[in-house]
Each structure stands twice: as C-alpha cells, then as structure tokens.
Design a protein around this ligand. Sequence first.
Ligand code: GLN
Length: 490
Amino acid sequence: MNLSELTIKKAMIGLSEKKFSARKLAEDCLKNIEERNKELNVFLEVFDDVLAQADVADKIISSGEANPLTGIPLAIKDNILIKGRKCSSASKILENYTASYDATVIKKLKDAGVIFMGRTNMDEFAMGSSTESSAFGPTKNPFDLSRVPGGSSGGSAVAVASGMALGALGSDTAGSIRQPAAFCGLVGMKPTYGAVSRYGLMALGSSIDQIGPITKTVEDAEIIFTAIAGADSLDATSVDVSPTEEFSWPSRPSLRSARAGENSSAGFTIGVPRDFLSEGVDPEVLKNFEESLEKLRAAGCKIIDISLPLVKYSLAVYYILMPAEASTNLARYDGMRFGFSAEAPNLLEVYKKTRGEGFGREVRRRIMLGTYVLSHGYYDAYYNKATAVRGQIKHEFEKVFEKVDLIATPTAPTPAFKLGEKIDPVSMYLSDIFTVPANIADLPAVSVPTGKNKDGLPLSFQLMASIGGESALFSTARILEKYLPAGDLS
Ligand code: GLN
C-alpha cells in the first residue's frame, strides 16, 4: 500500500506504533508528486528538504517526544508565510518574494513536527473559484483532467486528493476551502471568523478571511483545526474557539451536549433555507442533497424548513466589501518593498508599470472595483451600505440559530465545471452562492463529500453552525461521512 492513502489519524497511529517511518510516509507522497505534479500543476514549489524534515521527525518519534502530528506531511497554500521560503500568492508581482517570518499557523504546525511538502497553486491572491487565475497556470481536477479543481485553494485540494500530502491548509474568504474540497471529494472546513489566527496570511478581505483545513475525513479536519486554532496576540481579531474547551459564547444546551460525545448530533435540529435553493442548482446536486438530508433524519436529526430572506444579498455584499478591502491590502505592492519592481524613469511610472505588469487581470479588476467603491462620494453609497446589510444578514442568522443548531445547503450549485467554461466573471462569482453567507456572517462551515454524480464527479453537502459551534459541525458531519461507500475513504 502507498502510505499516502492513509488518513491523518491512521498515519498518526502507524507512526506512533512504529509500523512505518515518517521518511517512508514522505517518500510515498513524493512518489505521487513525481508521477503527477506535472500533469496536475499542484505545487508551485516542492520543498527540497522534505526527507530531511522527515528524518528529524523520525528522531523525535524514536526519542518518545513526539506530538500527535509529528511526521505528518501537509501541503500549504501559497499565501501563508513560511520563514525563509518563497511565498507568491500565485502572482507574478511576488514571484521572488521570500517570507521573513512564520505565520502563526505555521509556527504551531512546526512546533507539532509536521512535514511541509511544498506550497500549492491557487487563484492569484485567492481571487477566484477555479485556480485558473494563477499566474502559473491552472491546476487540474484529478477526477477529470478537463475540469477545474475549484478555487481558490485548488492546489491544496488536489494535493490531498492525489496523495501528495495527507492534509492541507487553505484560506476561505467566500468558499475557497469548501468549494475546492467539494470538487475534489474532500472535507473542507472554514472556522468561525477569528478562530484561527491570520497573522502571516496574505490578506484578501481582512474582515472575512479565515485559514482552515482540507482533508480526507472530518476527523482529520478536526485534528488540524485543533492544532491551529486559538487566540493569538499577533492577530487582534482572533478568539478562542477550541472545540475541546467550553466556548465563551452564549451556550446552547444542544451545543454543549455535542461536546460530550460522538452520537450527540442525534436530536440536533437542522434548518434548510428552501427559498435559497430554488434557482440554478444542478438537479443531481439537489437530489444528492435531499438524500443526505434523509440520512441525517434517519440518524435522529430533526430537519425543518427555514427562511433567510436576506441571505441572497450575501454575494452582492461580498463583491463590495472584498474588493474594497483587497484594493487597500494590495496597495502595499508598489515595487518598493516586496517582490517585483519594474524599471521606469520616475516613481509614478515605477508604480504604474510594476502594478500593471505584476498583477493579473482578475486582480486588476478587483482593485479598480474596490478603489471605486471607496472613493469620495461613493463610500457611503457602497461600502457603508454593504456593511449595514452585512449586519442585517448576521442578525438574521442569529435569529434562525435560536431555532436550529445547524443550517444545511449543497456546498456548490454544480459539480466541478470545465476549464475555461466560466469566462464571464459573474458566472464564476455565482459558484460561491452557498459558501459566501458563512463568511459574511462569520460562521463556521464544513463541506462533506456525499457521493458522486453519474459522470463520477464528487458531490458535497455543506453545514453551517452558529459562531463558535465547531463542535456541532464536526459531530454532524461525521454522521454523513459514515454513509460514504467503503473505499471512498482510506
Ligand atoms: N471565489 C471567491 C472570490 O473569488 C473566493 C475567494 C476566497 O474564498 N478566497 O473572491
């Protein structure tokens, strides 16, 4: 057996029982990289010291000092800083930028003894839903090479789906963890806003971004989430939402019982926003969604219809707030401090040429949009209005969470689409229709694979919980996972 087929949990057990070494595990991942990275375009860089990292992990394991994650090979999205390594956000403007410090999540994983396989391809600055906007070519979906893997964390998803790493980190501002996980038959989890520190994440929308795991199983996602979660003095927006601790938010009895054991999801009430699901959803996606609801019902969950009339505005709100925040965040790339700097006769020309040549089309589009909505005279009409609507959407979710423990939708309206299919930006933006509300309302959400369509493409189910409700999410997602045909999980 190629050890890369193992789940993180099984590899952790195998390593601790000395059934195999961290070196052998890393070698098996490297073998898959060797065989398929060229074709799939997953890694922008495979680190040259993977085996040396594995040897260090083996020494730690044999000394008996190992942490549960010691020796586990992970892939890292190319917008998360690892000290001394390149980090480009898949952009020409940062092609040769080297990180000068570790992101907090990286520091935590380093301390845990994780092996970093390399940095994965993504949509440029995380702007996209297909990984096609990368300056370094698109990543391909391993289930069908003519299709996209989703995005923006497409490289991270394919690294896990094709056995190049056992798990990966992605970032999610509107679905960039959950949607590629869905397109590649994996679990993708977006934590509560602030549950994971964003120190060292290249920002897209600072009030929306979260880092989270992409894994083969719900349990693996929980393992990584637990390792990276927690308040951090270096990220003022971070809060403690560790699933192993009592949350500080107003506790609901059912959420409390979820922490007590695995089967406590029985009895959870799950709300389905029917109105929101009525248009533009692929019939096979809808059928699979209904079947998954039936499974949850059979497991003892109560399924009820809910109404979220404002949720349909989430995408519009996102496409005001995110470009505004992105245009501000990207202002620092002007050829002076970071990365690429164009030759030009004067300072203004250096700025213009550096940004004109360094940023790709989608990034330039969003900088223009963002600068416009923040400009004098329009700020109130756009940015402030969108912020106010965001507040109302949050409030609407709060109200619904007084009645339900979780909310369910499909993760994406369609399975993986064809490379080059969505040329019109709005059709691309619409693929986030079900994932973006959780970002707008700061909620934790998870995407779980729920089988395949008739063409063999993965289908997926999304659960959202109230702020701090990670534990309820994980325990309910685990129920669904049990129904996957054997062989779909290692
Ligand atoms: N598709 C979204 C966008 O293009 C996803 C962004 C994200 O989650 N990073 O903005």
